[in-house]
Design a binder for this molecule. Structure first.
Ligand code: NAD
Length: 476
């Protein structure tokens, strides 16, 4: 794969800090070429002559190819973003499941017949929006690409994928599988490059929709550029997810899931349990056990099967995480575990799983997304206070509560301001479950039929059936 300018991005293996591969980087000429190719596909074979069932069959074929090459794709992903191989393998398998689901959904999105008049036939059609630019972050490129490619292609759009400059390699490999699956030329385009490539897409008059996953700051910039041509926008942004443990909960289960939700993927997850609220009677014991168990998490090479978590994906992200650890210490939070580089790892962007207690929920540590293995444990005294603390944030992606009281479970679930609330589990993510944010965590939903509808325009068609003559509206 080459770019018009011949430029390339060197991508770094975060476990060694060494360049491991280079990927061609797009410039303005490549953006124009990709938009033109996507537009031609929409105006040609893909837009006009490919039935929903044929689109579904192509997605199913792509899913099979992703399964066939799962190991190779996972190795690329681990090399690029530093997640343990077993985690990236799971993500690649799930990406195939997403593509399979949306392949099956492609011919099941029906319009409606609306009986608004006896003298007319009225119906709706779900038509593709057109050319969609899908912009990805670095934490889970293949998985998040499948969240966009699945519904976007099932609904009949042409897609331009722009991976993060930190993790472009897996999208190049995926593009080869798209070709092998037999998608017509121009239906899926991959444009590696930095934010300037995303900005060109957001401003491009030939792009009809922006489907973005990344930070809230970038979403704001995209929305500003997209406003000029009133592009459709959907945004999946960050979170500062509350994890609320009442004293009557199954504390053992809550503890295990808290550890997993705070530290898996080295905390580089939009739904990480970064604010853990614990009811006062069990607060100190919970915080201490969480810290003890966090210290036992094995940090190491993504390719060592013994590693539980790997490095941060980039030097910039490591610097951000260590800055927030300093902010926590300066702000008076009590450090119970971690806080520094693991002594046994000399190279790589590693940091220890870090647990703070007694954090002020208004502090920067509790209000700003860190995207590293850092969590803050805070006490609460009653249900009202737990809800108030959980909602006291600009974010609203995921929330969870742990309790044995069924009435409280539903009361609190109804009042948490998040797109997904889980009770006695945390952040269940599935292709059938709508996922997305309230407040600054985003606009729109991914997954499920809601996601597919968001890649369509609804057209209403009304046909007059009457035989009565129409009187002259302006008789002389
Ligand atoms: P980011 O916003 O820095 O970058 C995301 C993408 O946007 C990259 O491809 C980048 O090159 C591109 N970009 C940068 N500037 C741009 C511009 N001006 N116009 C268009 N595109 C531009 O985010 P990141 O650091 O890559 O990812 C981490 C963020 O992603 C976190 O906030 C995390 O919570 C969020 N995230 C959200 C979800 C979700 O489903 N809600 C999932 C994963 C990650």
């Amino acid at each position: 794969m080459t770019s018009a300018s011949g430029g390339a991005i060197a991508t770094i293996d975060p476990s060694t800090e060494e360049v491991w591969t280079a990927v061609a980087t797009a410039d303005a000429a490549d953006v124009d070429r990709a938009v033109a190719a996507a537009r031609a596909a929409m105006d040609g074979a893909w837009g006009r002559r490919t039935s929903p069932s044929q689109r579904g069959a192509l997605l199913a074929r792509l899913a099979d190819l992703v399964r066939r090459d799962a190991r190779a794709l996972a190795e690329i992903e681990s090399r690029d973003n530093g997640k343990p191989l077993k985690d990236t393998l799971g993500e690649v398998q799930r990406a195939a499941d997403w593509l399979t689901f949306f392949g099956g959904a492609a011919d099941k999105l029906n319009g409606e017949q609306i009986p608004y008049s006896v003298d007319a036939l009225a119906y709706t059609r779900h038509e593709p929006v057109g050319v969609v630019a899908a912009i990805l972050p670095w934490n889970s490129p293949i998985s998040l690409a499948s969240w966009k490619l699945g519904p976007g292609l099932a609904a009949g759009n042409a897609m331009i994928l722009k991976p993060s400059e930190y993790t472009p390699a897996s999208m190049v490999a995926l593009a080869r599988l798209v070709e092998e699956a037999g998608f017509p030329a121009g239906v899926v385009n991959v444009l590696p490059g930095d934010g300037s490539v995303g900005a060109l897409l957001a401003a491009h008059p030939g792009v009809d929709k922006m489907s973005f996953t990344g930070s809230q700051a970038t979403a704001t910039r995209i929305m500003q550029s997209a406003a000029a041509s009133l592009k459709r926008c959907s945004f999946e942004c960050g979170g500062k997810s509350p994890f609320i443990v009442f004293a009557d909960a199954d504390v053992g289960k809550a503890m295990a899931i808290a550890l997993q939700s705070a530290f898996r993927s080295t905390g580089q997850s939009c739904s990480a349990a970064s604010r853990i609220f614990v009811e006062r009677p069990i607060y100190e014991a919970f915080a201490r056990e969480l810290a003890e168990r966090a210290q036992r998490i094995r940090v190491g090479s993504p390719f060592d099967p013994a590693s539980h978590i790997g490095p941060q994906t980039s030097a910039q992200q490591l610097a951000k995480t260590t800055d927030y650890i300093a902010i926590g210490l300066e702000g008076g939070s009590r450090l119970l575990a971690g806080g520094k580089r693991p002594a046994h790892l000399e190279r790589g962007y590693y940091v220890e799983p870090t647990v703070f207690a007694d954090t002020d929920n208004r502090s920067r540590l509790a209000q700003e997304e860190i995207f590293g293995p850092v969590t803050a444990v805070m006490p609460f005294d009653d249900e009202e206070e737990a809800i108030a603390l959980a909602n006291d944030t600009n974010y609203g992606l995921v929330g969870g509560l742990w309790t044995a009281d069924v009435g409280r479970a539903h009361r609190v679930a109804a009042r948490i301001e998040s797109g997904l609330v889980s009770v006695n589990t945390f952040r269940p993510v599935h292709y059938m479950l709508p996922y997305g944010g309230y407040k600054m965590s985003g606009i729109g939903r991914e997954n499920g039929f809601d996601a597919m509808k968001a890649f369509t325009e609804v057209k209403t068609v009304v046909v007059d059936l009457s035989t009565a003559p129409v009187a002259d509206p302006f008789p002389l």
